[in-house]
Design a protein around this ligand. Sequence first.
Ligand code: FES
Length: 312
Amino acid sequence: MSMLTATVTKIVPLTDRVSEFTLHGKDLPDFAPGAHIRVQLPDGESRAYSLIRTGAQSGPPDSYTIAVQREDDGKGGSRFMHRLKEGEAIRFEAPKCDFPLDAAAPAVLLAGGIGVTPLISMATALEEAGQSFAFHYAGRSAPVMAYREALADRFGARLHLHCDDDASALNLDAVIAALGPAHLYLCGPRGMIDAALARAEAAGIPRDRVHVELFDNAQPVQGETAFEVELSSSGQVFTVAPGQSIIDALEAGGIDVLYDCRRGDCGICQCGVIEGTPDHRDVVLTADEKAAGKVMQICVSRAKTPRLVLDL
Ligand code: FES
């Protein structure tokens, strides 16, 4: 993976918890709407942040823009970002897009909270392409919704703001009912994504017209218990502790596995389940696939039975 370095040249607070970071660097590659960079943290971990493009761009950019919400209960990535000062350098992986836009088709963009960031780039690209789109942006209340006013100015009647604390609150049924032939792009917290996927599935929207990126990393759920994972190829057995992912348990045991998002939305880590019942926590599989229990995303999903035998 090619690593890039950039200097944080500007930090702008957008809300109490969200700040925008401008990163200047040499030879920054162009990126597609929906792309993200992975910023390296001092502990060797990395965090993905979507790239924001609001204006025309011809050729490779000389800067990137990201917005980061401080998560005081998170794993530390956002706190690292919020401690950065202008003039400091950061390292990150070159942009990658797991959430591609088809600008040739009409679109409905639905953002929850800071999940708005990749959809801003998509709305910009759709506007440039002359494509029809609607942009729904939901949040708890107006003051915590970053870019709210700028987006209203920029996209006018195509932007629909939904605040949970007033009459504009998001009505998912209405959004799905108005979808028509458009593709649906979802980015936000798990609750919103799960609800939107369930309604889209119930309305018969083909899954290939629904595109998802989860904003949150998987958080431990209270009451999680340990379980065992057996690899069918070798018979090796690993214990997955509460709060630990199957991927982490396998890597700790020296097993290399393929993964990317580690949030349950890209499908890269999917593997077959030979025995046992998965506890699905991803947004990749349909309700029917989850019920069948034949495959699972091992970055986030766990087990309902004491042991899973995986096709690994
Ligand atoms: S790594 Fe993306 S779904 Fe598991």
